[in-house]
Every structure is written in C-alpha cells, then in structure tokens.
Design a binder for this molecule. Structure first.
Ligand code: ATP
Ligand code: MG
Ligand code: FE
Length: 344
C-alpha cells in the first residue's frame, strides 16, 4: 500500500510516500520532498501565517510532481492520502487538507487526517532498526510542544507532563535570537555550543522538584540577563560559545531528569524522543548515558525525520488506515487538538 503524506501545519511543505510493501513487507519510505519557508519569514523574525499559507499553495503542486518523479510512480499508483489535520496554523493547515482531500476524491482513494504530534511521535518507528515497541514513554520536544507522553499503542496516549509556558524549541529559538543567530535557533545554538564549556555559567533548572511538568520562560529571562551582564557576549567567540553550551546543558539536564523520572513513575524501560529538538546531539548523548544506568533504552528518528516532514504524516496515516480509519468528504482542520482526545 502506497500512502501519500502531506505536511503543511507551519512553515514546511513536506510530501512523502510510505510504501508498506518495501523492505520485504516491513515497509519504508519510497520518496520524500521538503520545502522550507525559512528564508521567506527570516525578514520578519518569525512565521507570518498568511505568507505561510500562500507559499504552501504555490509549492504543493510542483512538489507533488517532483515527488512522483522521485518515486517513479504515477498518480494512479497512490492507494491513500494522509494530510496534517492539526494542530497548527489554520490557513496553513487548510492548504494541505484541501489539496489532500480533493486529490483523494479525484483518485477515488481513502483520505485520512493526521494529528501532527502523533506524526512526530511515530516517526522513530518508520525506520525502526532498534526495534522500539509499545508501550513506551515519549518526550515530544518541538517548536510548539514540550510533553511527556505515555504511549500504549497508536492513539492510546496519556500526557504525563507538559510545559506550562514556552516549548523547548521556542526557547532555543529565542536564545539564538538574543545571541544574534538566525532562525531556526536549535541547530545554530547547538553548533556554537560545541566549542563551549557547559559549566561556565549556572542557569536555572525550572520546576525540577515538581512532577513531570516543565517551565521554560524563566530560562529565557535567565539567558537574557546573562547576555546583558556578560562582557563579550556579543563579540567574544569564547564567551558566546560558553553561553550557548551552558544554556544547552541546563535544558538537556532538565529534560534528562524529567525523562528518568517518567520512566521510574511508569515502570517502562523504553524512551522515544521526537520533534525538532530530538535532533540535538547533546540531548541524545546525555539520555543514552542516563538511561543505560537504569537499564532503559532511548530511541529516536534519523535527523531528517525529527523536524517537520511529510514522511511522518504518511506513516501515521498508514497506521490509522490499517486500523480501518478514514475521514469523510468534509474539508476540515483542527488548529487546537489534544493528543489525548485521539481515537483508537
Ligand atoms: P510543533 O511540532 O510543536 O507544531 P514545529 O513543527 O514548528 O512545532 P518542529 O519542526 O518539530 O517544530 O521542530 C522545530 C524546532 O526544533 C525549532 O524550534 C528548532 O529550533 C528546534 N530544533 C531543530 N534542530 C534542533 C537541534 N539540533 N537542537 C535543538 N533544537 C533544535
Ligand atoms: Mg518549521
Ligand atoms: Fe512539528
């Protein structure tokens, strides 16, 4: 079965084809294309929703044709269409929903609307060489979400904790901005942090004693004050690297402690990390060390499947279709949508 996946919830237009017959029936990705609008929004210092929607409309058809070329298939070979139905920017979501729902109708194949965060959560299972299986704890860390989720199966999610304010990705992006680094901040802060001393400055570990919730807005203020009070934070490469490394270490340390706490609380021994921030090498390395000590394992997707992409939507769509689910003919999106309300 070949499932087309469409992702347009924010500033990435991602398309992919998941083919369940690849790799001797294990399934895999036949082809994928991705267009990022980063440059379009760069001048404004953040994503402009109306510009995002218009650009998705401009790119969807050419990207779709490019995808078919890459996959070396015809439109008629597509067996089902999956699109991001929410959460996200309403206008941006509508472009993908309309394109996907219409295409499926035209081809006479089923369509399925996918929850963007379920896409992220399932992404590490697409090329699942380390063999992660349900149940597991998932740390979802992206530009708009920071959550610890207990996952017992597709659609069976319990939120164990979440950020009461900023998301981790957002915190990376704001720190980057304060250091004069371009968007998206995560990879740029990570690069700068490589040469720095993570113990140079002591930054707060917010809400450490309190359950499994997170808070990152205080961290943002702390970084702001540190930059303001530190001589050379704008020019001295060593100081700048030390600030980046100290910030990254404070965030990673907080996440690692919450993850180990969640594993102990649930008694589970597998941790999945997903979403853009799961691309962070320091987070991965520190989790590997901490979890090995407690006999647990950590699983993540390859780098290109951590940030937004069409492949995760195609795969989540495939999982949903395999459970017998499809969407009706209405063109509808859900900009705010809790993972706990998903059907099984
Ligand atoms: P959401 O999924 O919550 O709707 P989003 O789709 O915008 O938000 P993603 O595409 O999953 O988020 O991830 C983008 C975020 O990941 C950005 O905030 C970016 O800075 C962060 N990020 C990407 N790579 C890294 C990295 N190597 N280290 C830290 N953060 C990173
Ligand atoms: Mg993005
Ligand atoms: Fe995302």
């Amino acid at each position: 079965m070949k499932v087309l996946g469409l992702e347009t919830s924010c500033d990435e237009t991602g398309l992919a084809i998941y083919d369940s017959e690849l790799n001797g029936g294990q399934g895999g990705l036949l082809a994928q294309v991705l267009y990022s609008q980063i440059e379009l929004h760069a001048t404004y210092g953040g994503v402009v929703p109306e510009l995002a929607s218009r650009d998705h409309i401009r790119k969807l058809v050419p990207l779709f044709n490019e995808l078919l070329d890459k996959a070396n298939i015809a439109k008629s070979d597509i067996d089902a269409v999956a699109y991001t139905k929410g959460p996200g920017l309403i206008g941006a979501l509508m472009t993908g929903v309309l394109f996907g729902r219409t295409l499926a109708y035209g081809l006479g194949v089923p369509a399925i609307g996918v929850h963007h965060m379920e896409g992220h959560l399932l992404a590490p299972m697409i090329e699942n060489d380390k063999g992660v299986n349900f149940p597991f704890v998932c740390l979802l860390v992206s530009g708009g979400h920071t959550m610890l989720v207990r996952a017992d199966g597709v659609g069976r999610y319990e939120i164990l904790g979440e950020s009461i304010d900023d998301a981790v990705g957002e915190c990376f992006d704001k720190t980057a901005k304060m250091l004069g680094l371009p968007y998206p901040g995560g990879p740029n802060v990570e690069r700068l942090a490589k040469g720095g001393n993570p113990h140079a400055y002591d930054l707060p570990r917010p809400m450490m004693g309190r359950g499994l919730d997170f808070s990152f807005s205080g961290m943002k203020t702390a970084v702001h004050n540190l930059i303001k009070d530190t001589k050379g934070s704008d020019t001295d490469p060593v100081v700048r690297a030390d600030i980046s490394a100290s910030f990254q270490y404070a965030v990673v340390d907080t996440l690692v402690k919450k993850c180990t706490k969640a594993l102990k609380q649930t008694g589970l021994t597998q941790l999945v990390i997903a979403g853009g921030v799961s691309a962070n090498a320091s987070l991965r390395a520190h989790l590997e060390i901490a979890l090995a000590k407690m006999g647990a394992s950590v699983h993540y997707a390859p780098l290109h499947l951590c940030t937004d992409n069409g492949a995760m939507i195609a795969y989540a769509g495939y999982c949903r279709l395999s459970m017998g689910q499809t969407d009706d003919l209405s063109v509808a999106c859900v900009p705010r949508w809790s993972m706990e309300s998903l059907s099984v």
